[in-house]
Write a protein that binds this ligand. Structure first.
Ligand SMILES: [Zn+2]
Ligand SMILES: [Zn+2]
Length: 379
């Protein structure tokens, strides 16, 4: 009897909390550093001046050019408002369009450093629907989409304050996670978000660092070998062999990089060098990835972390640092290697294959982040 009372009491307490904060929200920077943008809403809506607390109408249908004025006010056609403003659709099922793309919930537009910023403020679960089809192919096995949903949800919650100085939580590019808004949604990835609602990956009472990459090439990587982390990587992120991604289309790659392009990109990243004469791999770590590269050039020798070299030159062309060979050619250097991405955490291609072989998303998450637990978060 007493136990039932306790449960009821606990349940009521939780209900009260849930009423105060019924869901997590996220602020996504969708437009930055512009002087104007296009805004429209099929059924019309509202413009709120947040500082003044005033409300005006947003006309239905019309494409409105929103501009930053010299005095810092924001003009919607002929009418101007004090920054910042919030715009919302009047109808529940209607959506605001920014530069032709549709977004859930509300948009905040503000003047910052002489430019306009637009921020989509929406429910976390809706945000995930707008990133999942970009991060994982909706054609993939449903359990692998659920893996991605839990990893992406945990990732955004852990990195929530990343763009605090810019006036939002996360950006819409690869720097955080690529977000395409409503137009990129797919019913299959929406189902994966709904099927894992509020589920996150935890380690020792904290959100896990759910890093992921396209394909590991046969062994995942310890982040300490990739980035200059202050602390030692948690046990669930240390590299391990992966037997599932062997047949990934990214397993073998080969790309030629022209010498002048490589030099230009390195210079842009702060490594000022002369014409490159040779590139030598200086040691490999336990995952088989190159530790350092020794670059002999006209004006001397540059030694740098292989992972930094890859990011500086072009991570789309130099797909990983698990090199087979680097060969000098007339036009430049021919790089060949295994896998695609930094190699840390979950291997997306491996997760896809595990799902095809009947593993459920919980097993897959445990395989790539050993020692973590899946918990249902109370927003
Ligand atoms: Zn970002
Ligand atoms: Zn893999």
């Amino acid at each position: 009897m007493r136990r039932i009372f306790f449960v009821v009491f606990l349940f009521q307490t939780m209900t009260v909390v849930a009423e105060e904060l019924p869901y997590d929200t996220v602020q996504v920077g969708i437009v930055q550093n512009v002087l104007s943008m296009h805004v429209s809403c099929a059924g019309g809506g509202y413009v709120y001046e947040l500082a003044e607390g005033t409300q005006a109408g947003l006309p239905a249908g019309d494409d409105i050019l929103v501009k930053l004025l010299d005095d810092g006010r924001i003009a919607f056609g002929d009418i101007s408002y004090r920054s910042p403003v919030r715009i919302a659709a009047a109808g529940n099922d209607d959506l605001i369009r920014i530069n032709g793309k549709r977004f859930h919930d509300t948009i905040n537009i503000m003047a910052q450093n002489g430019h306009l910023t637009a921020v989509n403020e929406l429910r976390l679960e809706d945000y995930l629907c707008g990133i999942l089809p970009v991060e994982a192919d909706p054609n993939w096995a449903p359990e692998s989409l659920k893996v991605q949903a839990v990893a992406s949800r945990t990732y955004v919650l852990r990195n929530m304050r990343r763009h605090e100085k810019d006036g939002f939580d996360v950006c819409d590019t690869m720097h955080c996670q690529v977000y395409g808004g409503v137009d990129c949604e797919d019913v299959r990835s929406n189902n994966a978000v709904a099927g894992t609602r509020n589920e996150v990956l935890m380690y020792q009472g904290q959100l896990a660092q759910t890093l992921f990459h396209a394909s590991c090439g046969g062994c995942t990587e310890n982040p300490n070998n990739v980035w200059s982390w202050d602390a030692e990587a948690p046990p669930y992120l240390r590299g391990r062999r992966d037997k599932y991604c062997r047949n990934s289309p990214h397993q073998d790659w080969k790309n030629l990089v022209k010498e002048d392009i490589m030099r230009k990109n390195l210079t842009k990243a702060g490594y000022v060098i002369g014409t490159i004469q040779s590139i030598k791999i200086e040691g490999t770590d336990s995952s088989g990835r190159a530790k350092k590269l020794k670059i002999k050039h006209k004006n001397g020798v540059l030694e740098m972390k292989a992972a930094s070299f890859r990011l500086a030159v072009d991570p789309w062309i130099i797909r990983s640092t698990m090199f087979k060979k680097i060969v000098k050619k007339d036009a430049g250097f021919l790089f060949s290697g295994y896998g695609w991405g930094h190699g840390v955490g979950m291997c997306q291609w491996g997760a896809k294959v595990m799902a095809e072989r009947g593993k459920d998303y919980k097993e897959i998450l445990k395989y790539y982040y050993p020692g973590t637990t899946i918990e249902k978060r109370e927003p």
